[in-house]
Design a binder for this molecule. Structure first.
Ligand code: 9MR
Ligand code: ZN
Length: 564
């Protein structure tokens, strides 16, 4: 990313206008939902005003709550609650003696743009094809990349091998089945839960207008790659990457060989990848049935074959072969992936063996949903899909619901007590903490589907507000969303192209006290966990983007869009 001086000057002028001490959701708030801003000023504020952006008229006047310490960030915070203001429009907050906030909107459609950008970001991650974001984002393009592949010795095969598209995983150009599993699964769930409102939304991708809803066409790009990773015996190779990460170059400039890798010995394919694959293909079979029967059939056959392979090989784990240091997504326990596969296959087919497996094993994951789902922990999805699919076993269904609601109640309590009203516990500040925030949001939305309760829905929205700017940095963690978004993701195309702004719609991994890179290590010592973040393209441990973090963001935004 090159930053012209002129632009630097502009953003500095902008920054002078708003104070970072007043934190708002820079996309905005839904008319009927709670609306809370956070003030973290030097001296406690005694009053706040909400003014209309056009003309500055006062629309609301209130008193912030008493100042109290927020342990996660170390800030002294006050809440400015203007929930009763429900008139659609553009506003900003003013706190006398402190300053003004960024502009934000109130309206039913305030998340439309963020949804569009976050979902469309997958198009930008496409591998194996030229990508062009079009006149809306001139210059955001890349040529076809990684067109050729090869078998790595660890795969059990040798020689060249065609490469088949898929999405670049993150800031790197690798493709990993395990991480594709939760990401693609979450996006397919987004379709299943909110398809009615999503199907008319055009993403301006090459398939737009082909009769299949754009979100499904985008998902199919990655499903096709996943299908290419399945061997004839049903097993699935876990990743296709180079042996090491390439430099900060555009994808078409990356000439390192893209290898399909495996376990290094018989049976070469691995259990977590194969089980994740089975779950995702089973969902795809449901989702594509009305639009493309042949594809739905093909997905289901692939899912069944993968399931059968995992039954024979439940514990083949993956570790990077010697000399390979791209992402590992190593997971030594594939029981949750297998449960997810069984549950989704049952939901799609109704077949007894899948349900029997689920019923024999679900209790190993009790109590349900105490932690947010994660690339290596997919039991939440397994348990929930049994309920959402109308599981008839009353004991299982009611235990899962009861436990998920109890977990949601705790999450609501923690969210309300948190200074910035996110759902994170201390341990959730880790690599991809913003993904955890979004996944908590998803958890609350699912709880709301089990048992509609405004507390769940509102707490889900609170997590969205945190990601879109109501956080200690007063920063929107989604590129090109809001007036003050982060601008330097660890994302090769954003760094290597000539555009001043990063590629749009990408969620930053967010604060991570592990300090896994040099830029994060340079931050002052003894920072509280929510503060260990730096908007620096070198900071892969706090500022990378990844398909598994964007997916629950897409889900949460979809949940907040208007419509059925
Ligand atoms: O999301 C992954 C995180 O949980 C791990 O702690 C981290 C280090 O192993 O790796 C993260 O995943 C990265 C992957 O290995 C390669 N592509 C980029 C991913 C996001 O940083
Ligand atoms: Zn590529």
């Amino acid at each position: 990313m090159k930053i012209p001086l002129l632009l630097l000057a502009c953003s500095a002028a902008f920054a002078a206008e708003a104070t970072l001490e007043i934190k708002v959701d820079q996309a905005g708030y839904l008319p009927a939902a709670p609306k809370i801003a956070v003030v973290a000023a030097q001296k406690p504020a005694t009053e706040f005003l909400v003014r209309r952006s056009a003309g500055d008229a006062v629309a609301w006047r209130g008193k912030p709550s008493a100042s109290r310490p927020d342990a996660d960030s170390g800030d002294a915070v006050q809440l400015a609650n203007f929930s009763a203001l429900s008139e659609s429009g553009r506003y900003y907050l003013e706190v006398p003696g402190v300053g003004r906030s960024w502009n934000f909107a109130i309206g039913a459609d305030v998340y439309q743009r963020a949804y569009y950008l976050a979902m469309r970001s997958y198009y930008g991650q496409r591998c194996g094809t030229a990508v062009d974001l079009g006149p809306e984002f001139p210059g955001f393009r890349h040529d076809a990349c990684h067109l050729e592949g090869a078998w790595h010795a660890s795969s059990g095969k040798t020689g060249p091998r065609a490469s088949h598209g898929g999405w670049h995983d993150a800031g790197d150009y690798g493709r990993y089945v395990v991480n594709s599993g939760i990401s693609t699964g979450t996006l397919l769930w987004t379709w299943e839960m909110f398809g009615a409102r999503l199907s008319p939304i055009k993403l301006n991708i090459p398939e737009s207008g082909n009769g299949t809803p754009d979100i499904l066409s985008e998902i199919k790009w990655n499903l096709d790659w996943m299908l290419s990773m399945q061997d004839d015996d049903g097993g699935v190779w876990p990743k296709q990457t180079s042996e090491r990460f390439c430099g900060f170059i555009m994808p078409e400039k990356d000439t390192l060989v893209s290898y399909v890798m495996g376990a290094g010995q018989e049976p070469y394919k691995t259990s977590c990848a194969t089980a994740d694959f089975a779950a995702v293909m089973a969902i795809a079979a449901r989702a594509f049935r009305p639009f493309d029967r042949a594809y739905a059939d093909r997905s289901l056959v692939a899912a069944r074959k993968a399931w059968a392979w995992v039954e024979k090989h439940p514990d083949v784990t993956f570790h990077n072969p010697p000399g390979v240091n791209t992402g590992e997504y190593g997971d030594d326990n594939c029981a949750d992936e297998r449960l997810w596969a069984a549950a989704e296959l049952w939901r799609t087919t109704g077949d007894a063996p899948y349900e029997n497996y689920f019923l024999a094993h679900y209790a190993e994951f009790h109590p349900a949903a105490t932690r947010p789902q994660w690339w290596s922990k997919v039991s939440n999805l397994a348990l929930w899909t049994y309920v959402l699919g109308g599981g008839k076993n009353a004991a299982a269904s009611s235990a899962i619901q009861k436990e998920s609601l109890a977990a949601a109640d705790q999450i609501v309590e923690r969210t309300t007590a948190n200074g910035y009203r996110n759902s994170l516990a201390r341990i959730d500040y880790e690599w991809g903490s913003n993904g955890n925030v979004a996944n908590y949001g998803m958890q609350l939305v699912v709880a709301n589907a089990f048992h509609p309760d405004p507390r769940y829905r509102n707490a889900a929205l609170e997590n969205l507000h945190y990601l879109l700017g109501r956080n200690t940095f007063s920063l929107s963690f989604v590129t090109q969303v809001g007036e003050h978004p982060y601008r330097h993701p660890h994302h090769r195309p954003s760094a290597a192209d000539n555009n001043p702004e990063p590629w749009p719609g990408l969620l930053s991994g967010g604060p991570n006290p592990e300090r896994g890179d040099a830029a994060a290590k340079k931050l002052p010592p003894d920072l509280p966990p929510a503060k260990v973040y730096v908007d620096d393209e070198g900071s892969y441990s706090t500022n990378e983007i990844a398909i598994n973090w964007n997916a629950p963001l897409v889900f949460l935004l979809a949940a907040a869009l208007p419509g059925q």
